[in-house]
Design a protein around this ligand. Structure first.
Ligand code: C2E
Ligand code: CA
Ligand code: CA
Length: 673
């Protein structure tokens, strides 16, 4: 029998310390211990409940369970977990919850501990470490559990978790919450949402995709609970997880085969793609209407999962009623697409229709807001993936402007999208023909007055598009993955140039900018070292600038840190660029091999205008110094700025005051001056 750990007894005190409503029944189905949380939830006191007949609990509170199921729970020697059932209160109110039944033996009697894992009731449960241990023992063999500290670092986890996630105990400790999830936008949205909830002392529950140590995906039903450890006086979070990969995989496979979204019966994204393809082939004109429910997750927090489900179904009904014969699909949890020949004003009328026909939950109209985008075929876009991309761009801008609007792909977005597509196309060509250029911007060492480092900056002047600035180019390249090609192109040039200068007897180091996306490639360190070997450039001549955003991600991903260390060991120096613009967390400074801080130019910019900035910059220089880092100020345009920064103790200065980014030949003339 999978018994609960017996180093403690399951009594009223134990039940009351659980974050869930819980009670104990005997094999006849009668309550033997009744927790306070259960009392609150059901509205029956311990005396009420014990005074009733043996069948009372089943026939009233748990009446949704068939007699058969209930009996098997009473008899079972193993735990039973029910994902979602309805229980009923004394006022006959229906509540949806997950239920865990755990058998145990107390003084020879077979008893069953029933826990109702009801997200809303687990809010901010206070617990001391003993209760914690007790709770976790109770859950150990059925669930994966992970305890996090207030910053999201893993403090401990149970054997079930290790088994599924393939982590070893030694390696998993000190990893972060975020590292347990896949690296994509959907996941980022969900993890941020979970984290926000936990920090607001809310419990979160839902189905999420996670990844094992080796990056394999698995699905869990996750309950994340904020708790407080009275012994250490610190906030902690527990994640309780149930593996649902099997049913998820089956669901996914079925959906793929059936081309149907099982929850709503609408087409799914796979089917939609096929339908659109054939409409395009037949040259049938249509509007592609993308409707996304705003703040869907907030709604989800307010309401329980069942309401959430009925909300989606009700919303589907509204679309069906309004758009009648149009084709429609659900392509994401909260995203729908309608294919319709109807006019723009009619489509936009859907929002007032929704207001006139609100969706009710417990007799309250659920506030719901929609961000929508209309993209026309063939006028606006001509392929499925373009229609999708354009729609997402449109709804993102609608959402940024506050949401609750359906708008047509604007001329501006239209133009921007076309330009982006053109940049992508031309950039590939430019990289192929090595058509990009590199300019170098010098940095002056304030102690010697000499140029010691130059920063390589990419320049692109395209025959068709004219000058494309790095500020436009780099984000697009990051999005499309071409940043890796730019990165290796720049590195090659930097190495070649550094070597030329070295051979000419000039002591110049070359700094290149690097995007975190390049380091997501597990072979990054190797590629860099290979390039050094190929060009014959010593590692000590190369510096790599990374941004704070990069640093935050690198801090969390060991393989990035490892690659940085490997390069550092070979003699490459890392510079933290745009310092001060980031997220106010400095932990990465302890973890990453950073040698130099480069204070962002926005500070330099307002230095003479604001006393606050002066204090701030002075402070940043001192912070860097206290950590034995070199400090560089960038964007220095005047002698006054340079002088002030020198009095703060800056080691080097970069900016138009010294020189704009220039060609290698011009760098050489600057050296002579
Ligand atoms: P960054 O690394 O912060 O580079 C400094 C930018 O400020 C450069 O713009 C430079 O021309 C400009 N600048 C330098 N001194 C001054 C000054 O005194 N006043 C003013 N107003 N501006 C100054 P640029 O070259 O347009 O580059 C913009 C950004 O694009 C860079 O910011 C960097 O983040 C990115 N970038 C440029 N080249 C590359 C590259 O090869 N790879 C990657 N990943 N990013 C690059
Ligand atoms: Ca830089
Ligand atoms: Ca910078």
């Amino acid at each position: 029998m999978s018994q609960i750990h017996k180093s403690f007894s399951i009594d009223e005190h134990y039940l009351n310390s659980l974050p869930f409503p819980a009670f104990v029944i005997n094999q006849d189905g009668q309550a033997s211990i009744w927790g306070k949380n259960a009392e609150q939830l059901f509205g029956f006191s311990a005396t009420d409940i014990k005074g009733h007949t043996t069948s009372f609990i089943h026939e009233n509170l748990l009446r949704q369970l068939s007699l058969e199921t209930f009996k098997s729970i009473l008899q079972s020697e193993d735990s039973t977990y029910l994902d979602k059932i309805q229980v009923y209160t004394s006022a006959n109110e229906e509540i949806t919850t997950a239920l865990l039944a755990k058998p145990f033996i107390e003084q020879g009697e077979h008893l069953i501990l029933i826990m109702l894992m009801l997200p809303e009731l687990m809010i901010n449960s206070v617990s001391n470490s003993r209760t914690f241990t007790d709770l976790k023992h109770g859950l150990d063999s059925t669930f994966m559990t992970v305890t996090l500290d207030q910053d999201g670092f893993i403090l401990e986890c149970n054997a079930e978790f290790l088994k599924t996630s393939q982590w070893t105990p030694k390696r998993v400790i000190g990893k972060t919450f975020w590292q347990l999830f896949p690296d994509n936008d959907v996941s980022e949205k969900i993890t941020n949402n979970i984290w926000r909830n936990l920090n607001n002392c809310n419990t979160w529950q839902g189905e999420v995709e996670k990844v094992t140590k080796t990056g394999q995906s698995y699905w869990v039903l996750l309950t994340a609970i904020p708790t407080f450890n009275l012994e250490t006086n610190e906030q902690q979070f527990i994640l309780i997880e149930k593996d649902i990969t099997k049913s998820k995989t089956i669901q996914h496979q079925l959906e793929k085969i059936a081309y149907i979204d099982t929850e709503t019966g609408l087409m799914n994204a796979h089917r939609l793609e096929k339908v659109i393809a054939s409409m395009i082939e037949e040259d049938r004109h249509f509007s592609f209407v993308y409707l996304s429910i705003d703040k869907f997750y907030t709604l989800k927090e307010l309401h329980d999962q069942q309401i959430n489900q009925s909300l989606i179904i009700e919303f589907t009904n509204r679309i069906k009623m309004y758009f009648q014969d149009s084709a429609m699909a659900r392509i994401n949890e909260n995203d729908f697409v309608v294919i319709t020949p109807l006019s723009e004003w009619f489509i936009q009328g859907f929002l007032s229709y929704l207001q006139q026909h609100p969706i009710y939950s417990s007799n309250i109209a659920v506030p719901i807001s929609i961000s929508g985008g209309i993209t026309r075929f063939p006028e606006d876009q001509t392929t499925f993936s373009q229609l999708m991309k354009a729609s997402i761009a449109t709804i993102t801008s609608v959402r940024e402007a506050g949401g609750d609007k359906i708008v047509s792909l604007s001329k501006a977005t239209h133009k921007a999208l076309n330009r982006k597509a053109l940049i992508e196309k031309r950039l590939l060509q430019a990289l192929d023909q090595k058509n990009l250029k590199v300019l170098y911007q010098p940095q002056v060492d304030v102690y010697t007055g000499k140029i010691t480092v130059v920063e390589a900056l990419v320049r692109w002047e395209d025959e068709v598009m004219g000058v494309v600035s790095p500020d436009e180019l780099i984000p697009i390249a990051e999005e499309t993955g071409l940043i890796n090609n730019i990165g290796s192109f720049m590195l090659e040039r930097a190495c070649e140039q550094a070597l030329i200068w070295k051979k000419a007897g000039l002591h110049l180091k070359v700094a290149i900018n690097s995007s975190v996306r390049e380091f997501r490639d597990k072979n990054m360190a190797k590629s860099v070292l290979d390039m050094l070997a190929k060009t014959g450039c010593p590692a000590s001549l190369i510096q790599i600038e990374i941004t704070e955003k990069f640093a935050l991600e690198a801090e969390a991903a060991t393989f990035i840190t490892q690659q940085m260390r490997k390069l550092e060991n070979e003699g490459i120096v890392f510079v933290l660029d745009d310092f001060g613009t980031g997220y106010g967390s400095f932990r990465y400074m302890q973890i990453l091999p950073i040698d130099t801080l480069k204070i962002d130019q926005t500070f330099t910019n307002s230095l003479l205008k604001s006393e606050k900035t002066q204090k701030l910059m002075h402070g940043m220089v001192q912070l860097g110094k206290s950590m034995e880092l070199k400090v560089v100020a960038e964007g220095v345009e005047t002698a006054e700025q340079a002088d002030l920064l020198m009095t703060y103790g800056c080691d080097a200065i970069q900016g138009y005051y010294i020189s704009k980014p220039v060609t290698p030949e011009e760098i050489e003339t600057l050296l002579v001056k």
